[in-house]
Design a protein around this ligand. Sequence first.
Ligand code: DGJ
Length: 725
Amino acid sequence: MSIIFYEKEKIFKLDTSDTSYVIKIYDENYLLNLYYGKKIPDVNFKGFEKRLPSASFSPSNPVIGEHGFSPDSAPIEYGCNGAGDFRISALSVRNANGDNVTDIRYVSHKIYAGKKPIPSLPSTYANTDDEAQILEITTEDKVTGLQAVLVYTVFENCPVMTRSIRLTNPTDKPMHVERVFSLCLDLPSMYYDMITLYGRHCCERNIQRRPLAHGVQGVESKRGVSGHSQNPFAAIVSRGADEDHGEAYGFNLVYSGNFSALAECDHNGTTRFIMGINPEGFEWFLDSGETFYSPEAVSVYTDKGIGEMSRIFHRFYNSNLIRGKYKTQKRPLLINSWEAAYFDFDTEKLVAFAESAKELGIEMLVMDDGWFGKRNCDNSSLGDWFVNEEKLPGGLKPLIERINQQGLKFGIWYEPEMISPDSDLFRAQPDWQVHVRDREPMIGRNQYVLDVSREDVRENIWGQIYKVLSENKIDYVKWDFNRNISDAGSALLPPERSKEFFHRFILGTYDLLNRLTTAFPDILLEGCSGGGGRFDPAMLAFSPQIWTSDNTDPIERLYIQFGTSMCYPASAQGAHVSACDRTGYKTKGDVAMWGTFGYELDPRKLTPEDREIVKNHVASYHKYYDLIRGGDLYRLISPFENSRLAAWQIVAGDKSSFLFTMVCMLKKDNVMTFVKFKGLDENARYKNEADGEIYSGAFLMNVGLNLTGCVNRDGESFTAYFTQV
Ligand code: DGJ
C-alpha cells in the first residue's frame, strides 16, 4: 500500500495490495484519471496523451488550445457539469447568480496514514493507522469559489479503495448542490458488462448482467431507502469474465437512501461510471461556511474474476466495515417468533417456544412485531414503544426472566422510523409524519413514515427505546422498516431546503442507530426492511447482520443468497429455517447454514424426525461457525445459470478444510454430475469426512468428484466436509 506523488510528472499513484490507481494533474490543473487496474510498478504515461482525441463539436479549454484536449473526451477524474464535459456529471453546483456551470481544478493535496470517519455518515474503517492511507486532493472552482476535496483511501491488505467528496462554501453567498456523486471513474473502453442486483419484496438481489451500450444505463432508488428493487452495488466486468477469470471492478455505496449507479458509454467508446446520492429529488443548500459530506463508495478491482471480486468484498466487510462486539464474538443461535405466531402471542406462548427450542440447542428467543401499544395486527401502535400488558402481563421483566431461566437470551423487534395513524404518538403529534403541506400522504402497510430528520422526533423515539432497553435484559434488537417513503417532506424544512429531506432523513436514521450502538454496545443488532429492503453497507456498519429476505423457501433463497453474495459476506446474511413445505428440513437447514442461521417456526410443531434433523443442524452450526464466517465463498453452480442444480463451497482461509453444499432444484434423470472444487491447496491432501477417502487438492480441483445420484429428488440437498490430512 502506498500513495506517492511524483512531483516532476505531477502524478499520484495509489497502490493497494494488488491494484494501482493513477491521477495526473494536467495542464490548467485539470485532474485526469490515467489508470485503474492491476498493480503496475511504473508511472511512465508518456503515451497517454495520444488517447485524448478532441472530438469536433466538443469545446476545448481556450488556454490549452484546440488541439489534443477537450474536457469532453479526456478521462476527467471527477466530471463536472456544464464546462465542456457533456457526459453524465458527478458534480453540479448552482451559485448565487443562478448558473450551474461547475469546474473544479487542482489546488493542493495531502497524504496521511489512517482513516477518519465521515461526519454523521457510516463508513469503513482502518483497524490500525498502518492499514490505510489517505489522499485528499483539494480542488476549487475559481469562479464560484466552491471548494471540493476528493478523498481516496487505499488499504494495505486488500485491493480495495474507498472514495468520497466534501464540498465547502467559503464565500459569503449561498450555493445549491444539485448533484454530488461519491465516485466517478472514466474507463478507456466500453467493452464491458454491467452486473447489478434487482428484485422486489421476497425476491431480493437477483443477478442482472448486461453488455454496456452507447448511452446511459444503470440502477437507482428514489424510495428513500436503498430498497428491494435495486441494490447500491454495480460491477463493471470485462466481456466474458466469469467466476474465475477476467477483470471485475466492483462498486458499493455505503448509503441507505436514494442512490444512483450509472454508466455512460460515449462517442469515443469510453465509459464513465458514477455512483452516489440520486440527484433526482435532491438539492443541498450550502450556506456560507458550510460543508457537505458525501457518503463513501467502496471500489474493488481484480483480474481474477467475479468470484474473487466477491471474496474481496466479503473479507473487507468482515474486517473493515462490520464492527462492535459481534464482529468477532460468536453470535447466539436464535429462534424468531414472526413466522411462528405473527401477532398472536403472549408470555405463555413465548415461554413455551423457548422451552421447546432449548431442547433443540437454540440459544436466543426473539420476540418479533406485536409486543407494544395495542398492536394485534399491522394497523396500529407504531410509535407507541411501551409494552402491551394484555399480551405480556407485568411487562417484559417476568417474560425475560422466564426465557433466561430456560438458558436462552432474549431479543426484541422495533420499527423506529414509522408511525401508525392509530397510535398515541400520532394523535399527539400529527405533524411528525413525513408529509408535504396540503397533501394527504400515501399510506403503506397501514403506516406513515415518521420524520426522523427532526431532532425532536428522534429525541422522543430514542427516549422510548432507551427506556425499554435500559430497564430490561435485552441481548438483541431487530430494526425493521416496512414501507418506502413517499410525500417526502418535513414540517420543519424551509422551502429552499425542502429537497434536503431524503438525505436528512437517512442522517436521522444513522443518528438513531448510532445512539443505540453507542449506548448498548453488547446488543446484537439485526437490520431488516421487509426482509432485505435495506441491505447495504451503511446498515452493516451498525448491524453485523441483516435479514436477507422474508422469503424463507430454501429453493427461492438460493437465488437470493447467491445474488446477495455478490458483495455481502455470509456473516451478514440473515438466514432462517421456517416451516415452509417445499423441501424437507435437511435442505432448509443446509441452505440457511450459508448465512447467520436460525429458526422462524413453532418448535413444538416439529415431528420427532424433524427435531433430530434440527439437532444435527444445530451441531453443524457450531462445527462450521468459524469456517462459514471467516472462509472464502466459491459459487460453483449458480441457480441463475443452471435450472437444475445449485452448489457452493466455503473454504477455510488457510485452505485447511472446506464445506460443500449442493441442492437439486429440478431433478433430471441420467444427467452426470461431476463437481470440480475450487480454492484448495493443490499439493495438500483432503479427507472426505463422510467416507474417509483422501484426494489431493489438485485432484479435487481438476478431476472433481462424481456426485451423480447424491441428490435424487427436487428439493434434496447434499453436503460434504473435507479436512486436510
Ligand atoms: C417484516 C420483516 O421482514 C419480518 O421478518 C417481520 O419482522 C415483520 N416485518 C414484522 O412486521
